[in-house]
Design a protein around this ligand. Structure first.
Ligand code: ZN
Length: 344
């Protein structure tokens, strides 16, 4: 059965029988099974990656169905955890591989455990904070990871390989000010674009697993589907020799665990307070309220900006990036809303 299942992939000479065996022996961690992670996970499951560990903190929502092709209306109606809906579907697609669903928020406290025994990581996240954390652990453990990002009809993909390529912080030295980078909830995103980006990520993963580091694309691949533009950028131009993470060895995001960086559930107030980001910043609250146009009623003054997301939930954002999410006592849900409506 297996012989037939992977026949077309084995016949592709750069993979062949040996490459296929390496794919089947591999363990891949997919962090986030949203628009990018769910599609990449499906491609990897169909290709026969022996063990897929999938992690996500969210449940399936109706607004996901436009692009997250693993999920159905029934999943959204039942509000299933994404990892459980994904594991069920991936199990139907390929019952010969092992799927490990983990419903969790990825933090500095648990990310090293998630990396244990993993050959490669796929970035299916939507925020810079977690990518910085992935980058720290990848450097620490020498694990390659495939970054993907998508917004509107544009996206980019690159396989970061510790010791061989630049790292994510060479590219993005610090978490960008959220008023300078829109989120998908603010600017929208096309399912056609997320599928292309996720497919390129799965492609980089399979090349690396089947044929080794030399097979990985050495350039950053960028695309704008609406304009029909595909480009490759040489990342070696971005090497400064002074990157805090890969050159100087700091693991700022991994070592930030505990302390004031954790969300605080404000019991009795049906709210969660999220701490300010690690880096000092002063947000332009008027700029943020402009990004919220059309998303709900907004209010802004010198000290705070507030967005009423729906009748029960609101975000109050302060100038240092701290926020209070009203309408939930679930820290994971609060972080998801922050990532969606503020960014990171
Ligand atoms: Zn670096």
């Amino acid at each position: 059965m297996t012989q037939q299942r992977y026949d077309r992939q084995r016949r592709f000479a750069p993979i062949g029988d040996e490459g296929q065996q390496r794919i089947e022996a591999a363990t891949v961690l997919v962090i986030g099974v949203g628009a990018l992670g769910s599609v990449a996970a499906e491609v990897l499951a169909r290709a026969g990656v022996g063990r897929l560990r999938i992690v996500d903190r969210d449940t399936v929502e109706w607004s996901n169905l436009q692009r997250q092709s693993l999920y159905t209306e029934a999943d959204a109606r039942e509000g299933l955890a994404k990892v459980h809906a994904a594991a069920a579907r991936l199990g139907e697609i390929n019952s010969e591989i092992r799927i490990e669903p983990i419903a969790a928020d990825v933090t500095a406290a648990n990310i090293e455990g998630l990396f244990a025994g993993v050959d490669l990581v796929v970035d299916g996240t939507d925020n810079f904070d977690i990518r910085m954390l992935i980058n720290d652990v990848a450097l620490e453990t020498g694990t390659p990871w495939v970054h993907g990002g998508c917004l509107g009809a544009s996206g980019q993909v690159f396989l970061f390989d510790p010791g061989r390529t630049i790292c994510f912080r060479c590219l993005v030295p610090s978490v960008p000010d959220p008023t300078s980078v829109a989120t998908c909830d603010q600017a929208g995103v096309l399912g056609s674009a997320t599928h292309v980006v996720a497919s390129l990520q799965a492609n980089e993963a399979l090349k690396y697993l089947a044929a080794g580091a030399a097979a990985a694309t050495p350039k950053i691949q960028t695309l704008d589907l609406w304009e029909g533009r595909f480009r490759s950028l040489d990342p070696s131009d971005l090497r400064s020799g002074e990157c805090r993470a890969c050159d100087l060895g700091h693991r700022d995001f991994l070592h930030r665990r505990g302390g004031v960086t954790e969300p605080v559930v404000l019991c009795g107030r049906n709210a969660v307070q999220l701490p300010p980001p690690a880096e000092d910043r002063v947000l332009d609250l008027s700029a943020m309220s402009r990004l919220w146009e059309g998303l709900g009623e907004t209010q802004v003054n010198r000290f705070l900006a507030r967005l009423q997301i729906d009748p029960t939930r609101s975000i109050t954002l302060f100038r240092d990036g701290r926020a209070v999410i009203n309408g939930t006592e679930d820290a994971a849900e609060a972080k998801t809303l922050y990532a969606r409506f503020v960014g990171s």
